[in-house]
Design a protein around this ligand. Structure first.
Ligand SMILES: Nc1ncnc2c1ncn2[C@@H]1O[C@H](COP(=O)(O)OP(=O)(O)OP(=O)(O)O)[C@@H](O)[C@H]1O
Ligand SMILES: O=P(O)(O)OC[C@H]1O[C@](O)(CO)[C@@H](O)[C@@H]1O
Ligand SMILES: [Mg+2]
Length: 326
């Protein structure tokens, strides 16, 4: 295909590094003589025709900023065939030949349908703090979110230790435990509860009681929000039903959206810059319906369907290690 004008957008939950990715795609495309259109508010803006022309200056001084200058959204309308037809018509009207889609599994699932139903060329960039996309070792924003959560856990550790308390710290991850597992290991958590592993309430009670009795000290349990037991507050309730926990001073801390904000780490900036440029290069080489990712430090293209249809496994050895080291 003879590419002239590409559209770039961010969708789903924002993630630190999305701006670095927008910058890289835009500048790489302009360097190749392409025109770049920024699509605002993800699929919602795509349907509404909320488009802006981008030049080199439009992406100046954004590399280090969290959030996304193009804004992001979740669009119910785009989930319907009618909504996608409206989006495709608007893209054609604007003369957009191809898209760089920056987002998570939902975004890339939507992009796959748009490509299949309307023949629009799309290359995806993995942009989500959740790290739940197959085809890349890490997603853009994961490292920053992880470091933000870790910083909070370090602070919670100080106060937990001062009072010999049990803290249940909830981190993000609607369906996945990547953040929980990594900051559990990094923060020296006594237990990590993730959706990928069934939580057995009796064994977690025993584990907490024995740790706290033996060493008379604080404990931190990191809980992924998507844990099948229902998050930190529900786990606290389950523990409180046992009289043995009457003597354990327990607190819950839900870290929430602070994990999505902030300036991207060096690692996320490098990842986002590599992937944003690679997405444009992939389009220029005639690829479409793929996601760009980094696997073992090599650039890799994966068919877009696989990135959301296949489940990326957490590292179960890390879970084992948490138990061994606590
Ligand atoms: N199955 C689908 N079909 C069509 N569009 C979809 C589908 N799933 C998601 N989308 C579109 O993509 C948008 C973003 O998806 P979602 O809310 O799941 O976030 P995400 O991209 O996975 O990012 P994150 O999980 O990091 O928040 C949705 O609001 C919707 O417009
Ligand atoms: O900001 P919202 O729409 O409440 O989304 C929260 C969800 O987004 C994610 O942070 C991913 O961006 C999930 O881990 C979390 O469940
Ligand atoms: Mg998602």
């Amino acid at each position: 295909m003879d590419l002239k004008r590409i559209g770039v957008f961010t969708s789903g939950g924002d993630s630190p590094g999305m701006n670095a990715c927008i910058r890289a795609s835009t500048r790489r495309a302009i360097a190749e003589g392409l025109e770049v259109i920024g699509i605002k508010r993800g699929y919602a803006g795509m349907i509404d025709g909320d488009y802006v022309e981008m030049d080199r200056q439009s992406v100046s001084n954004i590399l280090q900023q969290g959030g996304t200058i193009l804004k992001s959204a979740r669009s119910e309308r785009f989930r319907t065939p009618e909504g996608r037809a409206e989006a495709a018509a608007k893209l054609r009207e604007a003369g957009i030949d191809a898209l760089v889609a920056i987002g998570g599994d939902g975004t890339l699932q939507g992009a796959t349908h748009l490509a299949n139903e309307h023949g629009i060329a799309v290359v995806g960039c993995p942009g989500t703090i959740d790290n739940d996309l197959f085809g890349t070792d890490e997603t853009i924003g994961f490292d920053t979110a992880l470091n933000t959560a870790l910083d909070s856990i370090d602070k919670i550790r100080d106060t937990a230790d001062a009072h010999d308390r049990l803290f249940l710290v909830e981190v993000m991850g609607r369906d996945t435990g990547f953040i929980a597992l990594a900051c559990g290991i990094g923060g020296g958590a006594e237990l990590v509860l993730i959706p990928e592993m069934m939580t057995d309430v009796i064994s977690i009670k025993d584990r907490i009681l024995s740790l706290m009795a033996a060493q008379s000290r604080s404990s931190i349990v990191v809980v992924a929000e998507g844990d099948e037991l229902g998050g930190a507050h529900r786990i606290r309730q389950a523990l409180a039903e046992d009289p043995a926990f009457d003597r354990i001073d327990t607190r819950v801390s839900v870290l929430g959206h602070i994990q999505r904000g902030g300036s991207p780490t060096a690692r996320d900036r490098v990842l986002a810059s590599r992937l944003g440029a690679a997405a444009v290069e992939a389009l220029l080489e005639g690829h479409d319906g793929v996601m760009v990712g980094i696997v073992n430090n090599d650039l890799k293209l994966t068919p877009m369907r696989n990135v959301w249809a296949r489940k990326k496994d957490v590292d179960y050895d890390l879970l084992q290690l948490t138990a061994l080291l606590s």
